[in-house]
Design a protein around this ligand. Structure first.
Ligand code: FES
Ligand code: FES
Length: 190
């Protein structure tokens, strides 16, 4: 008997369960966009180099073009569609809007998802390659433009809106309390 090449899986996305049958080779990005109509997550390079497809899985950022959909089963996926609280924008979204952190907007969903994770990683004391003092007792470094630029370096912007993106992340850091990413990951419906 030939091995199965497709499986029925249930994905939990923005707190909602979705059951679908996918070819085992289907990326999470393609499952989101092509099967579930969640087209906010963008496909840029489709090979892990641009960050346009960034989503959060269990609160951590990943590039969804390199994640198999079957590997996301049982985990909480947050896409850009799940970041706002109803009509209320998340502080990260508001900061991008207020400070023109985009031009064409194609990279923006990935930038925002990545920024959510950056704020949580920074709050947890994770150093970056731009951190001078990486001793745990030194605590989280100041979120300077260099720190933000390094931490957001996996997200490319063809429009070159980097100056405004860095400013938006800095503004969001001032206006975000608690878990930036975790706070927007809704609990699955029972
Ligand atoms: S589309 Fe996934 S990193 Fe570029
Ligand atoms: S705003 Fe156009 S690619 Fe970033």
């Amino acid at each position: 008997m030939a091995p199965a090449t497709a499986s029925a899986i249930t994905l939990t996305i923005n707190g909602e369960h979705h059951t679908l049958t996918v070819d085992h080779r289907t990326s999470l990005l393609d499952a989101l966009r092509e099967r579930l109509d969640l087209t906010g997550t963008k496909k840029g390079c489709d090979q892990g180099q641009c960050g346009a497809c960034t989503v959060l899985v269990d609160g951590r950022r990943i590039v969804s073009c390199l994640q198999l959909a079957v590997a996301a089963e049982g985990r909480a996926v947050t896409t850009i569609e799940g970041v706002a609280d109803g009509e209320g924008l998340h502080p990260v979204q508001q900061a991008f809007l207020d400070l023109d952190g985009f031009q064409c907007g194609y990279c923006t969903p990935g930038q925002i998802c990545s920024a959510l994770a950056v704020l949580d990683e920074h709050a947890a004391g994770w150093p970056s390659a731009a951190t001078d003092d990486i001793r745990p007792e030194a605590g989280p470094p100041e979120l300077t433009p260099e720190e933000i630029g390094e931490r957001m370096s996996g997200n490319l912007c063809r429009c070159g809106a980097y100056v405004s993106i860095v400013q938006a992340v800095a503004r969001a850091a001032e206006n975000t309390t608690g878990s930036a990413a975790g706070g927007t990951t809704k609990e699955p419906a029972a």
